[in-house]
Design a protein. Structure first.
Length: 237
């Protein structure tokens, strides 16, 4: 059973989320919070598996609350759910160590999948925010020195990680490398474990900061995406 704490300043939003989750046999809403400070207190008291957190709330916002929860209770995962996708929000959420970032316009089934992914210890990014992360971490033109930690990876793991850094989904990587999607997930999971990276967002940032790939995102992504596969939502690792 996935124990979920709902944190949103809109009561009608919390009610809708509670109703949605109540129909899922593997989920339970254990509490609610109307602002960031209350979310921190409830996380302390209830120790949920996942906090479904609105980014914009009065007083302490969702990003600040996520940071405090992560520092005090690293076992509690935070999934940010918001109507906004500004770069400052995405960047703040990643710096706060959230496990996932999802827009409120996402369909209900994607939200449910996201909660399961985050509860299982995997990271998640809404596909709409991936280009922003690439732009941020690939924006500096100079080459970066190669991180010696990359030597821990097999050639295939490094190849998969590089394509993740370009913003490709697991389905696109599988098509580009002629692999099964499960195999891609396995290679990526092993790479993240070896490098101590928690999720896909950290993997994208690391691919650039480590010198694994050069900052030329637009052309590289366009070229890498010349595959027959359609692009699904970027879920899990």
């Amino acid at each position: 059973m996935i124990r979920v704490l709902l944190a949103d300043d809109e009561a009608i939003m919390r009610a809708g989320l509670r109703m949605l989750l109540s129909d899922e046999p593997d989920m339970e809403v254990v509490g609610e919070a109307a602002d960031g400070n209350e979310a921190v207190r409830q996380a302390e008291r209830l120790q949920p598996d996942v906090v479904l957190m609105d980014a914009r709330m009065p007083g302490l916002d969702g990003i600040g609350a996520a940071r405090q929860i992560g520092e005090r209770h690293p076992g509690v995962r935070v999934l940010v759910l918001t109507t906004f996708d500004e770069e400052v929000l995405v960047d703040g959420a990643l710096r706060a160590g959230v496990a996932g970032f999802l827009l409120k316009v996402s369909p209900p089934e994607q939200l449910l999948d996201a909660l399961r992914e985050v509860a299982a210890g995997r990271g998640l990014l809404d596909p709409a925010v991936v280009p922003r992360i690439i732009t941020r971490y690939a924006g500096t033109p100079q080459a970066r020195p190669r991180d010696p930690a990359l030597d821990r990876l097999t050639p295939r793991e490094a190849e998969v990680l590089a394509l993740v850094g370009r913003g490709l989904s697991n389905t696109e990587i599988a098509a580009a490398l002629h692999l099964g999607e499960t195999t891609v997930k396995t290679h990526l999971g092993r790479a993240l474990d070896k490098l101590g990276l928690r999720d896909r967002a950290k993997a994208i940032a690391y691919a650039y900061s480590s010198g694994l790939i050069s900052p030329e995102p637009e052309n590289a992504v366009a070229e890498s995406r010349q595959t027959p596969a359609a692009r699904p939502p970027t879920m899990g690792v």
